[in-house]
Design a protein around this ligand. Structure first.
Ligand SMILES: Nc1ncnc2c1ncn2[C@@H]1O[C@H](COP(=O)(O)OP(=O)(O)OP(=O)(O)O)[C@@H](O)[C@H]1O
Ligand SMILES: [Mg+2]
Length: 264
């Protein structure tokens, strides 16, 4: 169960969550992508799902009625044999309809049959006035997602503001989840920023333990192609954002077979 989280400023949480889910499904693993962002769903729009009914709200109602176990299939939208989506909130103000504990129950049900990837909100600030377990708090959805996760992918943008927020978020997450595995994802890395990957790794050191820093290149053309077509990045054609190595081709575009021949 992977929760994709990250600070404010749209660093790419939804893009990464949809990409990771598509990649898992592409490897033949049954995968459920759940849009659990309490500030409004975006997975349906990103993936071109006509979303008459919110999967998350339907699932939350099933949890309340004790019927999620039998009827979980009815709240998922099928994108392929392996990839299913539980779409998110149709409007941000409807987060109140997801009662405390509901997301945890949905995740438990989903993980009994699939890999689970959760898209979350940006904030984990706790509402001190909220009566936990009785009155819901808006960030409760994100907190529940992080607490249920085996792995948290913490996504931040590669620019100065994004990196400062990423560092802050890592420190906050460590306080809240001392034992959870956290991987950092630095998104939209590009040469014009003027720093190397090693500089970013060094900068992030000291803000909290993590299991590695991963870099995703900025590729506006590929992301736009996917968004406009309502497709996953994997379906939207060649891009350096794809983790899958291509036969005979290296990421830097050089032909590895030709390289190997030359070096013989
Ligand atoms: N690697 C990338 N290269 C180019 N554009 C990107 C990349 N990652 C994300 N984007 C773009 O950045 C914007 C924000 O991405 P996304 O919606 O995934 O962010 P988010 O963190 O989920 O934001 P929100 O706070 O709205 O939930 C989108 O327009 C997306 O296409
Ligand atoms: Mg999002």
């Amino acid at each position: 169960m992977v929760a994709v989280w990250g600070p404010a400023g749209a660093p790419g949480r939804t893009t990464v969550a949809a990409g990771v889910a598509a990649e898992l499904a592409g490897r033949g693993l049954r995968t459920v992508l759940v849009d659990a962002d309490p500030y409004g769903g975006a997975v349906a729009q990103q993936l071109g799902i006509l979303d008459e009914v919110s999967g998350l709200l339907s699932a939350a109602r099933l949890v309340a009625g004790g019927a999620l176990d039998e009827r979980f299939a009815t709240v998922q939208r099928r994108l392929s044999d392996e990839l299913r989506v539980v779409t998110g909130l149709p409007r941000p103000d409807r987060w109140v309809e997801v009662r405390p504990g509901a997301l945890g129950a949905i995740v438990e049900r989903a993980r009994s049959e699939a890999q689970v990837v959760l898209d979350t909100g940006f904030s984990i600030e706790q509402d001190r006035a909220a009566d936990v377990g009785v009155r819901p708090e808006r960030n409760g959805l994100t907190l529940e997602a992080l607490e249920a996760a085996d792995d948290v992918l913490l996504v931040g943008a590669a620019d100065p503001v994004g990196l400062a927020r990423l560092a802050r978020s890592l420190a906050d997450a460590r306080e809240l989840l001392p034992a959870t595995r956290i991987r950092l994802v630095v998104n939209r890395m590009r040469p014009t920023l003027g720093w190397r990957e090693a500089d970013v790794v060094a900068m992030l050191r000291g803000f909290g333990d993590h299991t590695g820093v991963h870099f995703l290149p900025d590729d506006q053309a590929a992301v736009d192609r996917a968004l406009v077509a309502g497709r996953t990045l994997l379906e939207a054609g060649e891009s350096p954002l794809h983790p899958r190595p291509r036969l005979g081709r290296r990421r830097d575009g050089r032909d590895s077979e030709r390289q190997a021949l030359k070096s013989r």
